[in-house]
Design a binder for this molecule. Structure first.
Ligand SMILES: [Zn+2]
Length: 313
């Protein structure tokens, strides 16, 4: 099964603390690495978690609060020092592109790779699309313009049935067409239907990154049925007035979003530094959506699998 993996490098919020690093994640989609947000400490954490620098090609910045992008200039200069070639694309708002290109040009003018900016303009924008994966934005409700990112796999290939293929004398060169769903035509003109020579592909999987935001009806609609959801849960329910004021969510609100959107698995993160113990946030979420886990630095999730069904606390 092709790789679709999430590494969490940082899941704290804006105020620094010793428990968590600011926001940063890496998606490994078929060995291509894509970073989501790049808080301070991202590159050191990449080393700790053995996330290879050389395969990083896309960086998605959700919004321009410092805890979501201040690790980027340092990371880009390290990529230059490591002589990474090819192209690297930063997906960000127009203000971010202006600011980051100024900083990066100042500290790292001669770089061996091509640095490109893809400007985020709206909700529902396709930022990335190839034959196996698409990445789109979803507008969030934050104090500054902010988007989430929805990753959806597509066009997974059918599995060859080796016994049936051998019995039918299918030559090796015809396998690729079979994997793509075509029927097989033998040299004598006989046509064998695809489903007799192959089995169903693995299901296409999906992941949504939703941070920072107040609870949003638009998000519920956009992420309906998603396999894995990362939703910010900056506060506990007791601090919900504060969450509302600061345009954030509580863990119970994140769980309510997951429940109403029929997602399969929920990861909560972007924790306020005020909570030394996150167990109450987890309990409050799991009372509404049992299949919830806490994000943590070093956590790796195989997005091809679901959590075992967890009982309600
Ligand atoms: Zn923010």
């Amino acid at each position: 099964m092709p790789k679709f993996q999430l590494d969490i490098l940082g899941c704290g919020s804006a105020k620094p603390n010793l428990q968590h690093l600011p926001s940063c994640q890496v998606i490994n989609a078929r060995e291509q690495l894509m970073m989501i947000d790049c808080g301070e400490g991202a590159q050191l954490q990449m080393m700790r978690q053995r996330v290879g620098f050389s395969r990083l090609r896309h960086i998605f910045i959700s919004h321009l609060h410092g805890d979501h992008f201040l690790g980027l200039p340092g990371l880009i200069s390290t990529l230059a020092l490591q002589n990474i070639t090819g192209s690297i694309t930063i997906h960000t708002f127009a203000d971010g592109a202006r600011m980051l290109s100024d900083i990066i040009d100042y500290i790292c003018r001669d770089r061996p790779f091509r640095l490109q900016f893809n400007i985020i303009k709206e909700s529902g924008q396709v930022l990335y699309d190839d034959n196996a994966l698409s990445i789109t934005t979803i507008g969030l409700r934050h104090r500054v313009p902010a988007v989430g990112f929805i990753f959806r796999e597509k066009n997974k290939i059918r599995h060859i049935n080796p016994v049936a293929c051998q019995a039918a004398g299918v030559p090796h060169y015809a396998m690729r067409a079979l994997q793509q769903g075509h029927d097989y035509q033998a040299p004598d003109g006989t046509v064998i239907a695809n489903h007799r020579l192959t089995t169903e592909p693995d299901p296409c999987r999906s992941y949504a990154y939703i941070s920072d935001t107040r609870p949003s009806e638009r998000v519920i609609e956009a992420i309906n049925g998603i396999d894995w959801l990362y939703h910010e849960a900056t506060y506990a329910q007791a601090d919900r007035a504060k969450a509302h004021r600061h345009y954030h969510s509580t863990s119970a609100q994140a769980a309510e979003i997951a429940r109403r959107a029929n997602v399969k698995n929920l990861i909560i993160g972007h924790f306020s530094s005020r909570y030394a113990n996150l167990a109450p946030l987890l309990t409050e979420a799991r009372q509404i959506f049992p299949n919830t886990i806490l994000a943590n630095e070093g956590l790796t999730i195989d997005l091809n699998k679901d959590l075992p069904t967890l009982p309600s606390p």
